[in-house]
Design a protein around this ligand. Structure first.
Ligand SMILES: C[S@@+](CC[C@H](N)C(=O)[O-])C[C@H]1O[C@@H](n2cnc3c(N)ncnc32)[C@H](O)[C@@H]1O
Length: 250
């Protein structure tokens, strides 16, 4: 199984452009505090998702209803689509809750606080919500059937090159270490590990780490219980308003 590790986390600026930014020096204590704050901010984004999208849906409904009857009649599918989005969002939220459920103890080298924090629902920034929505879309690319074609385009050439350079009939591939830098949701690392290579993915975004930890580690342990969130049963994250079938990674 691919192992996802985390090298470093800087408060808030993980994926923001940092050219022209001066590096601020923090004491180790301040860094730990900032990292904890960032950790909880990302969790807040996972937990606030449905509230945020429902607000957007309500705004769209209000805008639609403010149109004249004639214009509304030209767009008959708008309200049913919005209702469908609301249903998908509820399901997505279930999955997102499951993803953050075991996060507090995810890293051995860092304490992030109390589980009590998970009960508080705090609004989140647009920036963090956008990161979360990209994470959901990336789920589709990495772990759904509809993402297969894209995976074949971007991951297969890498996998083939590894196999060409280190074929399993000439090497004991279990002794070859492959690093996937910036491993995202871990699909490439998982594919390489599945071929028998020793593979490690490195990633620093909590959005990615929480999610890949869920797919690669948590689901494997709950598999026997056949929960609704087991991908072999029905892990369906919906980036837009249609449900997607999921492949099982097992
Ligand atoms: C363009 S995304 C690609 C993700 C994944 N490889 C994929 O194809 O879906 C780049 C990833 O690298 C991660 N990343 C960027 N700089 C990093 C660093 N210095 N250490 C660890 N991860 C990093 C980002 O968080 C992001 O998830």
């Amino acid at each position: 199984m691919a192992e996802i590790t985390r090298d470093e986390v800087a408060e808030g600026d993980q994926d923001e452009p940092n050219y022209n930014k001066e590096r601020i020096k923090y004491s180790p204590e301040e860094e730990r505090k900032l990292e904890r704050q960032h950790f909880w901010r990302v969790i807040d984004a996972f937990r606030y998702y449905s509230t945020h999208v429902h607000e957007q849906v309500k705004r769209a409904q209000r805008q639609y209803r403010s149109l004249t009857q004639h214009h509304q009649s030209l767009l008959p599918s708008v309200l049913p689509n919005l209702t469908h989005i609301s249903q998908c969002v509820e399901h997505n939220q279930e999955v997102l809750h499951a993803i953050v459920h075991n996060c507090i103890d995810m890293f051995e080298n860092m304490e992030y606080g109390e589980e009590e924090e998970l009960k508080k629902l705090r609004p989140t920034s647009i920036f963090d919500m956008d990161k979360l929505k990209s994470t959901i879309k990336q789920f589709v690319r990495d772990w759904s059937e509809v993402g297969q074609a894209e995976r074949d385009t971007c991951y297969l050439p890498i996998i083939k090159e590894i196999q060409r350079l280190f074929p399993s009939d000439q090497y004991d591939v279990s002794k070859l270490s492959v690093l996937v830098p910036g491993a995202g949701l871990g699909r490439l690392a998982w594919e390489i590990a599945r071929l028998g290579y020793m593979c490690q993915g490195n990633e620093w975004s909590f959005f990615m780490l929480f999610s890949s930890n869920y797919v690669l580690n948590s689901l494997a342990t709950t598999r026997g219980h056949r929960t609704r969130l087991d991908p072999s049963a029905s892990l369906t994250l919906t980036p837009r308003a249609y449900p997607l079938p999921q492949t099982s990674p097992w």
